[in-house]
Write a protein that binds this ligand. Structure first.
Ligand SMILES: [Zn+2]
Length: 456
């Protein structure tokens, strides 16, 4: 029987190798790899192109439900599709916050028909919701998010006892806890002092969240998670010292992975002059020495994941002049791949490291690597066809988010995503999104096996 689709003659990149080979796809899955495969019902000539696994972005805020004036699942997943991201994991600080199994189920119902790419959902590790964590895992939650520091939605950060109870329950449920590691009380103190002194400029935000605010929270969460036995992921590590703490925790045998954001790799504090509050971010854009440390951490493979923290707001919010009134975060899911391919062209990152950090490791960490993050036999046929040497310019008006306003507007990129496929179906071509929403809810391998009556 012929394959549904054969992708022929491309240079196929995985987290640890690059090989010229054909890919056969049947029923949305990779069924054969090799040169000279038999004819498929459909054929793609990929000679001269690089074939990358669809990206897995474990850190997006699609604002749905409850803040859909900023973004929603339709717009946000169209942006992902156009940018070569075929799986997104959506954060739980939507409205209401995803702190109960009931809210998780309602969110899933609200968003699932709007998804243009596959998606996973997080629950929240909040104040005294430890009784809900098993239920959230039961419904297919890929993990929990713990906000130790204030962010969009302004949900109260749980106290240490609540954190510890949540960590214990997450350990029992077998799910990973991802952490926004900043000391909430200290950053609020510093912000109120700066505000009282009359500061309203963008740098005041950076000064309100100095490196030690990140270090204290990381140190505390490492200690609590070690005691609870919980698997940890540290989102958006932003400082040289944060990276040192990650390395030290690993050396003690702690089960922890680390993430950096595209923005923390590409922007330093000199960018506040040019972009103002548009690049207000939690944790903030840091001095160049921190940026250099993050790049070295990537080089030494100490960092597992590069994510976007796609965090949309309305144009009016993004243009506010007073730093304290401006929101944190900005869009990014559509621009990650072209920007990271540009770093590959500059020699700062190999294609294999790009695939490792933007697809393979996130799939492994959230236990979906049997389907996502690579193009091995049996995996979902999620892939990008990329032309490496072509230059392009990022333009706000071509982006797909509800409010396309990006600091990368006008940036030249090298490496063009020609087409994106989700489970063998074309979902974007030359920056245009194709077809109706066909994204599916993604659950972990352990969850699916437990439902099937097997053990993981
Ligand atoms: Zn975030």
């Amino acid at each position: 029987m012929p394959a549904d689709l054969v992708v022929r003659g491309g240079l196929v990149v995985s987290h640890d190798s690059t090989t010229r080979c054909d890919i056969a796809v049947r029923d949305g899955k990779v069924t054969e790899l090799g040169l000279g495969l038999g004819a498929g019902i459909e054929e793609i000539d990929a000679s001269g192109l690089v074939v990358l696994p669809g990206l897995v972005d474990p850190h997006v805020h699609l604002r749905d439900p409850g803040m859909t004036e900023k973004e929603d699942f339709h717009f946000g997943t169209r942006a992902a599709a156009a940018g070569g991201v075929t799986t997104v994991m959506d954060m739980p600080n939507t409205v209401p916050p995803v702190a109960t199994a009931e809210i998780f189920a309602a969110k899933l119902e609200t968003v699932r028909a709007k998804a243009h790419v596959d998606f996973g959902l997080y629950g929240m590790l909040g104040q005294d919701n430890d009784g809900e964590i098993a239920g959230i895992a039961e419904l297919g939650g890929l993990g929990l998010k713990l906000f130790m520091g204030q962010t969009t939605g302004d949900n109260p950060c749980p106290d240490d006892a609540a954190i510890f109870k949540g960590l214990r329950e997450a350990c029992k449920a077998g799910i990973v806890v991802g952490v926004h590691a900043e000391n909430d009380r200290v950053l609020r103190l510093l912000a109120s002092e700066l505000r009282a002194s009359g500061r309203t400029d963008p740098i005041a935000h950076l000064e309100s969240r100095p490196a030690f605010v990140e270090h204290e929270a990381m140190t505390r969460i490492f200690t609590l998670a070690r005691a609870a036995g919980t698997r940890l992921h540290i989102h958006h590590i932003s400082t040289a010292g944060g990276l040192d703490l990650l390395r030290a925790a690993r050396q003690t045998g702690q089960d922890v992975s680390g993430e950096v954001l595209v923005a923390h790799l590409l922007l330093d504090d000199s960018a506040y002059d040019r972009y103002g509050n548009l690049i207000k971010l939690n944790p903030p854009i840091r001095p160049a020495r921190d940026v250099e440390a993050l790049w070295s951490g990537l080089d030494r493979a100490e960092i597992d994941v590069i994510a976007t923290d796609h965090a949309p707001h309305t144009i009016e919010e993004q243009r506010r002049d007073d730093v304290w009134a401006a929101p944190g975060g900005f869009i990014g899911v559509e621009t990650m791949l072209p920007l990271m391919l540009t770093e590959v062209a500059r020699g700062r990152l190999s294609l294999e490291r790009l695939v490792s950090c933007c697809a393979w490791r996130p799939a492994q960490i959230w236990n979906i690597a049997d389907r996502k993050g690579h193009l091995g036999i049996g995996a979902d046929a999620d892939f990008n066809l990329v032309e490496l040497d072509v230059e392009s310019t990022i333009e706000d008006q071509r982006l797909h988010s509800k409010h396309p306003i990006s600091p990368y507007n006008g940036w030249t990129t090298k490496g063009l995503v020609r087409a994106t496929y989700l489970r063998g179906m074309p979902i974007a071509k030359d920056g245009q999104v194709l077809g109706d929403p066909r994204g599916e809810f993604v659950t972990s391998r352990a969850w699916r096996r437990a439902r099937a009556g097997g053990l993981d």
